[in-house]
Write a new protein. Structure first.
Length: 303
């Protein structure tokens, strides 16, 4: 008689090594649920993109890319793949949640997801604010440092993992500064709609991102909660930080054109000369983000 229901854990039990403490069918079901949410969000975002001119789809494409990568990641984790057993630093024999398990399951698939999607989340915000390219690059580098430190820390069995956690927190504080101070200053110069979009989405994302280190400390770091609880914690955060954030961003971008935030995107069939000398709008210099100047009406072709 064939078994019914989610058989991913049984089927993939032969793939790689497995930890003493790993997800159960409940955790697997939840991961597949989040996978479905991410996949559906990707389809909706792409459908919304095709209701816009090609030059107005950049934020739809970035945001759909975020949820698409997350969909694949959650499929891997729901299948109990993309994981490795790591000796837990803290053994808690009196805990009813983690018992005296020697090794704990660590999903490196989660960090592959984050190293791709978190820079894209920041790019959504930084482009909205018209932040200069050097600031964008520095912020994205800090983000990559944060994620890599989280991964290395999770794979470390000794107390040195908390050193990597600390490095990651320093990077997170730099990101928060870049958004809440530098980014906010540039967004305010672009007008009410970009400013409102940046502030709402930026504050929402930063609030959520400061919860991730707590989840890390309770899960991979401190071995306090069961991997199923870890799955729920991270899953809720990812849903809020990706589909919810994405739809909020797209909604607030409905009245913002690329030219409003200093982006020069050529329409199909538009010649180079017309593209190069696009008129200034909302005091945004035609050279793009980071070159905001007052509109003077000066003809760029004049000598």
């Amino acid at each position: 008689m064939s078994e019914t229901g989610n058989q991913a854990l049984n089927i993939n039990n032969v793939v790689g090594m497995h930890a003493n403490l790993e997800i159960t069918n409940h955790g697997s079901d939840w991961y597949f649920t989040v996978c479905a949410v991410m996949g559906l969000s990707t389809l909706v975002l792409m459908a919304l993109a095709f209701t816009k001119p090609q030059s107005h789809r950049v934020f739809h494409y970035i945001t759909a890319g975020i949820t698409a990568v997350a969909c694949i990641s959650y499929f891997a984790m729901g299948s109990n793949l993309g994981q490795v057993p790591i000796q837990a630093e803290f053994i808690r024999p009196l805990s009813k949640w983690v018992r005296a398990a020697g090794t704990r399951e660590i999903f490196y698939a989660r960090y592959i997801d984050w190293v791709i999607t978190t820079p894209l989340l920041l790019l959504d915000l930084l482009l909205t604010a018209g932040v200069p390219t050097p600031t964008i690059l520095a912020t994205l580098l800090a983000d990559e440092i944060m994620i890599v430190c989280g991964l290395v820390g999770a794979l470390t069995r000794t107390s040195y993992k908390w050193g990597f956690w600390t490095f990651g927190m320093v990077a997170l504080f730099f990101i928060a500064y870049a958004l809440l101070f530098d980014g906010r200053k540039h967004a305010q110069a672009l007008g009410d709609a970009p400013r409102k979009c940046f502030l709402l989405c930026g504050c929402w994302l930063i609030l959520l991102w400061f919860l991730y280190p707590i989840a890390w400390g309770l899960g991979e770091g401190g071995n306090v909660i069961h991997p199923d609880s870890e799955a729920i914690f991270y899953g809720i955060l990812d849903i809020c930080a990706k589909p919810v954030f994405g739809f909020l961003l797209i909604f607030l971008h409905r009245n913002i054109s690329p030219a409003d935030i200093g982006m020069r995107i050529r329409q199909p069939g538009q010649n180079t000369e017309k593209y190069s000398y696009a008129p200034q709008q909302n005091n945004v210099h035609p050279e793009g983000p980071g070159h905001n100047v007052a509109a003077t009406g000066h003809n760029p072709n004049a000598v």
